[in-house]
Ligand binder design. Structure first.
Ligand SMILES: [Zn+2]
Length: 329
């Protein structure tokens, strides 16, 4: 009995020793940036093609456009925006209130819209924004089947800022919206707050300019100052990227952080599964620490050896679903 107790004690001490330096893989949040902002434009409005896309392009910024299939005109313009690096997301077939949907139409609103977008944009469209930010159990069920992320209004917390330490509801991500009467100082404050909190915030934009351009339009000069301010904050480490890009990184980080580890001959193997659906090609930046060793371990994904950058950062492919850490010889 005493021997068992001793063994348990030794194992316990070793475990603590192993983890004293922290986890072996530490993912750098927000693709090695201080904070993240995603701009999302709703309702497939012509002003998005005429004003938003050219102004974003001028500043080398990329955004997400949640389109309604029944309102989608100028398909070539949207395809061009996609080719320039902007993201096209699903904002349903006809943009109904949830109270107007039947069980059968809940699936059609999500699935038919996705099928249209996939074939017309040659993409796997797996992000969704709820019309009027209204959720229902039926709509959410289909969104979870066909999408890997969805934008809601206040999410499951009251804060529109998502920390890299949080585990958000992937199918009800919080957001905050621009409108006609808000001063640009407020939008600048959103950005400053994201940077101060090292967090991610998703911004909803509808009309831009006069009321004919869409719901609650942001005045054009305010919109342009907001974009200029965002651009200026890239120097402070702000990551401005489409919702699907930032969300895939954060969701990928959570997957890697909860990966299973197995001790194999000559090292420790990390294995994980990806949810379905999930985008392919997601890469994570991480530092990898070897327990009990000051020299760098050797890292493999399959037969491929990974090499750290000069600053000691590895680029990990989530698609590989495994990673092997071998101690340095
Ligand atoms: Zn909408």
């Amino acid at each position: 009995m005493r021997r068992i107790v001793q063994i348990i004690f030794v194992c316990g001490s070793l475990t603590r020793a192993c983890f004293a330096q922290g986890p072996a893989i530490r993912v750098l949040p927000w693709d090695e940036h201080a904070a993240a902002v995603s701009l999302t434009f709703d309702d497939s409005r012509p002003v998005h093609l005429d004003v938003a896309v050219p102004e974003l392009n001028k500043r080398h910024l990329h955004a997400t456009f949640f389109v309604i299939i029944s309102k989608l005109t100028r398909l070539d313009g949207w395809r061009e925006a996609q080719a320039e690096g902007h993201e096209i997301g699903n904002h349903s077939l006809t943009h109904e209130h949830v109270s107007a949907l039947t069980q059968a139409s809940e699936e059609l609103q999500v699935e038919d819209a996705k099928a249209f977008l996939d074939s017309n944009f040659h993409a796997n469209t797996i992000i969704f924004a709820y019309p009027y930010s209204e959720l229902s159990p039926g709509l959410s069920f289909w969104v979870q089947r066909y999408d890997f992320l969805a934008r809601g209004w206040q999410g499951s917390s009251d804060s529109p800022y998502i920390s890299a330490e949080d585990l958000p509801d992937w199918y009800n991500l919080p957001s905050q919206a621009t409108n006609t009467d808000t001063d640009v100082a407020v939008y600048k404050d959103w950005i400053d707050k994201a940077l101060a909190m090292h967090a991610w915030t998703i911004v909803q934009i509808h009309g831009i300019g006069d009321p004919s351009t869409g719901f609650d339009p942001i005045p054009t000069p305010v919109f342009l100052s907001f974009l200029d301010y965002l651009r200026s904050k890239e120097a402070n480490g702000l990551w401005i990227a489409p919702m699907g890009t930032v969300g895939a990184y954060l969701r990928g980080q959570k997957i890697l952080e909860t990966a299973k580890t197995e001790v194999e001959s000559g090292g420790e193997k990390w294995v994980w599964e990806l949810p379905v659906p999930f985008p392919s090609g997601v890469l994570l930046r991480a530092r990898i620490l070897a327990a009990h060793s000051k020299s760098r371990p050797r890292i493999y994904q399959g037969k491929r050896e990974l090499h750290a950058s000069k600053s000691g950062v590895y680029t990990i492919s989530l698609d590989a679903r495994e990673l092997m850490i071998r101690p340095a010889p």
